[in-house]
Design a protein around this ligand. Structure first.
Ligand SMILES: Cc1cc2nc3c(=O)[nH]c(=O)nc-3n(C[C@H](O)[C@H](O)[C@H](O)COP(=O)(O)OP(=O)(O)OC[C@H]3O[C@@H](n4cnc5c(N)ncnc54)[C@H](O)[C@@H]3O)c2cc1C
Length: 266
C-alpha cells in the first residue's frame, strides 16, 4: 500500500493517488459503526475513520460509563437504606477507585465488542486517525501511525459528534475544574461538588456523587432544572434530588470563579 510520511504531508498529497471508496464515514460513534456494516453488507466499499475510540461518546464517555457509576451509586444508596428493609449493615463508604475500575472494565468490554465487529466486517476499512476535508468528496486522513492517506468517496457521512464545552464564567479557566469526562476518572470522593448547569448530565452526576457521599450543589440559571422539560416534571426531579440531600439553586448565576483558600479544597 502507498503511504505518505508525516512531514511530507502537503506536497505528497498533491502527487499520491487517492484511495476511492463508495462511502467514507467520519466518526465511529452511535451511527458510524452500524452504518458502516450495513453499507458493507449491501456491497459497498466503506472506510470508517475514527480519531479516538470506537463506540464514540456513548460507549466511552457517555451512556455506558455513567450508567455503570449510577449503578454503583444506587447500591450505596440502597445499602444506606438497608435498615428500612430490615437488613443490618455496617457504615457504608465508597471506594471510588474500585467504582472507576469496574466502569473502565465495562467500557473496555463494550468497546472491544464493537471493535471486533468492525474489524471482522468484510468491506469495511477501519482507519484510526483524524479526517479533514481537502475538497468536495475528498479527505485527508492523518493516521495514528503518522502517515496521511487521501480518500475520495461518492458519499461522505459526517458523524463527528460533540464534546464538552466549558461555561463562560470569569476566572473559571484559572481554577481546576472537571467536565463530564474527567469527573469519571476521579479516584476519591470529593468533599463538595459544585455543578454549573442543570441539564440531564449535570443531574445524573449530582445524584451519583451525593450517593457516593459528596455534598453537592447544583447552580441553575433558569427557573427550573431540565430546561426543555415541562415544569411539573422538572419540579418532581428537583424534589427527588433535594430528598437525596442535593442543594438545588434555581435562578442563580455563577459570575466569577476563584481558587478556594481552604487547604485541600478546590
Ligand atoms: C456524560 C454523558 C452521558 C450520556 N448519557 C446518555 C444516555 O444515558 N443515553 C443516551 O441516549 N445518550 C447519552 N448521552 C449522549 C450520547 O453519548 C450522544 O448522544 C451520542 O454519543 C452521540 O453519538 P454520535 O455518534 O452523534 O457522536 P459521538 O458518539 O460523539 O461519536 C463521534 C465520533 O467521531 C469521532 N470524530 C470526530 N471528529 C473526527 C474526525 N475529524 N476524524 C475522525 N474521527 C472523528 C469522535 O472521536 C467520536 O468517536 C450522554 C452523553 C454524555 C456526555
Amino acid at each position: 500500500m502507498d503511504t505518505i510520511q508525516a512531514g511530507r504531508h502537503a506536497s505528497s498529497l498533491l502527487t499520491t493517488p487517492p484511495r476511492h471508496y463508495d462511502a467514507v464515514i467520519i466518526g465511529a460513534g452511535q451511527a458510524g459503526g452500524p452504518l458502516a456494516t450495513a453499507l458493507a453488507g449491501a456491497g459497498r466499499r466503506v472506510a470508517l475513520v475514527e480519531r479516538e475510540h470506537v463506540g464514540g461518546t456513548c460507549i466511552n464517555e457517555g451512556c455506558t460509563p455513567t450508567k455503570t457509576m449510577v449503578a454503583s451509586a444506587r447500591v450505596a444508596h440502597l445499602a444506606r437504606r438497608a435498615a428500612d428493609y430490615g437488613v443490618r449493615t455496617a457504615a457504608v463508604s465508597v471506594d471510588l477507585a474500585k467504582v472507576r475500575e469496574r466502569k473502565r472494565a465495562i467500557v473496555e468490554s463494550f468497546r472491544g465488542g464493537s471493535e471486533r465487529q468492525l474489524e471482522g466486517a468484510e468491506g469495511v476499512d477501519l482507519l484510526r486517525g483524524e479526517a479533514t476535508f481537502t475538497g468536495p468528496k475528498e479527505l485527508a486522513v492523518r493516521l495514528d501511525g503518522g502517515e496521511t492517506w487521501r480518500l475520495t468517496a461518492e458519499t461522505v457521512f459526517i458523524n463527528s459528534g460533540a464534546h464538552p464545552s466549558p461555561p463562560t464564567v470569569a476566572g473559571l479557566r484559572e481554577v481546576p475544574t472537571l467536565d463530564s469526562t474527567s469527573i469519571m476518572e476521579l479516584d476519591a470522593v470529593p468533599e463538595h461538588l459544585l455543578i454549573l448547569g442543570g441539564g440531564y448530565v449535570a443531574l445524573e452526576f449530582g445524584q451519583m456523587f451525593r450517593r457516593f457521599g459528596s455534598a453537592v450543589t447544583i447552580v441553575q440559571r433558569g427557573g427550573q432544572l431540565l430546561a426543555r422539560e415541562d415544569a411539573d416534571i422538572a419540579g418532581a426531579v428537583a424534589d427527588v434530588l433535594r430528598e437525596d440531600g442535593v442543594t438545588v439553586l434555581l435562578e442563580t448565576e455563577a459570575r466569577r470563579a476563584r481558587a478556594a483558600t481552604t487547604a485541600g479544597s478546590r
